[in-house]
Design a binder for this molecule. Structure first.
Ligand code: GLA
Length: 390
């Protein structure tokens, strides 16, 4: 999390002091331990909220203007609550005004505007859910100020619909739900069909979570993502199932003639990934980290060979991680097409692992990857004074 005092001071510098007190909100990013590209099929996934994310200082206004700034980008964006239509010129601010738009569509119209200052510490476009973090920090702030009384899961859905209907990315619910309902010290076994979450203690005493960023930004990710989803949906339809994740592999084999080669591979990933998630959650619960590591590797290979979303950068990053003796498991995380890998390193071996991955990746690709250690965190929330001062 960015330095709260610094961000609060910057807010005063931009928007001035007033009788109304600004309030502070934080939404984490997320890393997915295993279970990619199956949330939109209603599968089980195993993400975790991380201790980096988006900080927001917000103050309600007496008019209906939303004035927003980000410490990470130049300039100021202004909109009026009377006109929340999508405008490509709004860039990152679309996620903010989009949340107000979605809330209003649901009957929760804001009647007062805001001064908003955002400050993040997750790289964008890196597969760590910077957009869900931005949506959820905004949704929690609006919900709190306006007293709508919406629960965390409702806010996650507001975030997802903003992304689907306003931004135009057909994402599933995993990112928004992980960001909304994370719990420190735990991974979340999340059922993306009914949105129930069971929290699985994460063995922070045995392993450290490292994010390895290829620094290769996802390109054409939105259209490629939507294509993948379409292929999976068409495979499910051709196989006559609404629950592709639960289809036995033998039935996929039996129905192979109905599918083209690509649909077949997309469906095979969907089915095998679900099985790996279930086994991985069991391995995490029983402390079998070696098994977890093997499943993470198999997941990466399936995303590479059957789902075609890893690409040379993530493949090199995963290979660099697998080559380190202190690594328990590693795989790409999130949508793919560039971005980050998640690495579980044995406690005490972090420095060696980071150095080894960075050296090995540089040798393989000729460009630098950046590794950083992350912890787990709670979901999107208003920061209580103690947390804000910590
Ligand atoms: C993106 C989407 C999620 C999910 C992942 C892949 O992060 O937002 O809904 O589909 O990709 O697992």
């Amino acid at each position: 999390m960015r330095d709260v005092v610094e961000v609060a001071e910057a807010f005063r510098g931009f928007f001035g002091d007033q009788d109304r007190r600004p309030r502070l909100f934080f939404a984490p990013g997320r890393v997915n331990l295993i279970g990619d590209h199956i949330d939109y099929s209603g599968g089980l996934v195993l993400p975790m909220a991380i201790d980096r994310g988006t900080l927001l200082v917000a103050r309600q206004r007496r008019d209906t203007t939303i004035r927003a700034r980000s410490l990470d980008r130049p300039g100021e964006v202004i909109a009026d609550l009377g006109d929340t239509r999508f405008d490509p010129a709004h860039d990152w601010f679309s996620y903010v005004i989009g949340v107000a738009h979605t809330l209003a569509t649901d009957g929760y119209a804001l009647d007062a505007g805001f001064d908003l200052l955002f400050a993040g510490d997750i790289p964008d476009g890196a597969g760590l859910s910077s957009s869900a973090s931005l949506e959820l920090v905004t949704a929690v702030a609006f919900n709190t100020f306006a007293g709508f009384g919406l629960a965390a899961t409702d806010l996650a859905e507001v975030g997802q619909r903003t992304e689907n209907d306003y931004i135009g990315v057909s994402c599933g619910i995993m990112d928004q739900l992980a960001v909304a309902r994370g719990r420190r010290g735990h991974a979340m076994l999340m059922d993306c069909d009914d949105m129930t979450v069971s929290y699985v203690p994460f063995p922070h005493d045995r392993v450290t979570l490292i994010i390895a960023n290829s620094n290769h930004r996802r390109s054409l990710a939105d259209s490629a993502y939507n294509d993948r989803r379409q292929a999976v949906e068409s495979a499910a339809e051709l196989l006559g199932t609404t629950r592709l994740v639960d289809l036995p592999l033998t039935e996929l084999q039996g129905g192979k003639r109905h599918l083209n080669e690509q649909e077949f591979r997309r469906a095979r990933h969907t089915i095998t990934e679900q099985a790996r998630v279930i086994e991985a959650a069991g391995a995490l619960r029983s402390g079998d980290l070696e098994r977890l590591g093997t499943l993470m590797r198999e997941s990466h290979e399936s995303l590479r060979d059957d789902f075609d979303v890893t690409g040379p950068h993530l493949d090199a990053l995963a290979a660099a991680a697998w080559a380190q003796p202190g690594v328990v498991g590693a795989r790409m995380t999130g949508a793919g097409f560039g971005g980050c890998a998640v690495v579980l390193a044995r406690r005490g071996a972090e420095a060696e692992v980071v150095e080894g991955i960075e050296r090995d990746y540089l040798a393989r690709m000729g460009t630098a990857a950046t590794c950083f250690v992350v912890g787990s965190d709670d979901g999107a929330r208003e920061l209580a004074d103690e947390e804000a001062e910590a």
